[in-house]
Design a protein around this ligand. Structure first.
Ligand code: C5P
Length: 228
């Protein structure tokens, strides 16, 4: 790898899970560890980029030299990502964002005896789709207007490549990184990963290894798309 492949580039990442409050003591979330997003942040920084990591709650240390913005909910993550996207070269959404949030969260702890058996939910914003709509595939920047490369992730249990490709198109991303969940090579929480990079009409590129190795390889492959 060339050591400073991302020098002068600004990278924005989302990582980790989000938490959606039910009340003061309960939330909805998912088992994302944040490792892949943190590995990508660390690798981008090592390759010379200026990196901002918008992170949901994780147990991980901030990678050296990375600016971290802590958020809890999807709504907060949406706000912090959208506020920064116009001034970066790459916006890569690695977070496992909760799709739904409780419609009527309580500031106080609701006693068990007063909790209903059903929870009314409302949809969270889709951050990647909003980036795609604003900056993604099919958008033409005006002249030298800055327009980030929009990259998403897709965790799929089956038909991994096809589902990821249609997700990429549906959300307007320039590229998507597909990985398999469930089974022996599941990515959630694991130390290692196998991923497939889908960018435009190109054949998928597959990378396997520790999340650190995969992160480096992904940036190396994506750097070619940044020479704009
Ligand atoms: O639709 P799905 O959740 O499978 O899409 C995954 C991709 O979309 C990831 O890049 C994830 O970070 C992003 N996403 C998002 N906001 C959401 C849901 C997903 O940015 N509300």
């Amino acid at each position: 790898f060339s050591p400073q492949r991302l020098k002068g580039k600004r990278v924005l990442l989302s990582a980790g899970p989000t938490r959606e409050a039910i009340d003061a003591a309960r939330f909805l979330s998912n088992p994302s560890s944040g490792r892949m997003g943190y590995a990508l942040a660390a690798a981008a920084r090592q390759l010379g980029a200026e990196v901002t990591l918008v992170s949901g709650p994780t147990a991980l240390a901030t990678p050296y030299g990375v600016t971290r913005v802590d958020v809890v909910s999807a709504a907060q993550m949406h706000r912090e990502v959208m506020a920064r996207a116009a001034s970066v070269d790459v916006a890569m959404m690695v977070a496992a964002v909760a799709d739904w949030r409780p419609a009527h969260p309580s500031d106080k702890k609701v006693p068990k005896s007063q909790m209903a058996a059903t929870l009314e939910l409302e949809r969270n914003p889709d951050i990647l789709a909003d980036l795609g709509e604003r900056y993604g595939h099919g958008r033409q920047g005006d002249g030298d207007e800055r327009r980030p490369l929009v990259v998403g992730f897709a965790a799929e249990s089956h038909d991994v490549i096809e589902r990821a490709r249609s997700k990429c198109a549906r959300k307007g991303a320039h590229a998507i990184v597909a990985n398999r969940i469930g089974g022996p090579t599941s990515t959630f929480g694991a130390e290692s990963a196998t991923v497939h990079l889908l960018a435009g009409e190109d054949e998928p590129q597959t990378f396997s290894g520790t999340k650190t190795e995969v992160a480096r390889a992904l940036w190396e492959a994506l750097a070619g798309h940044l020479q704009r």
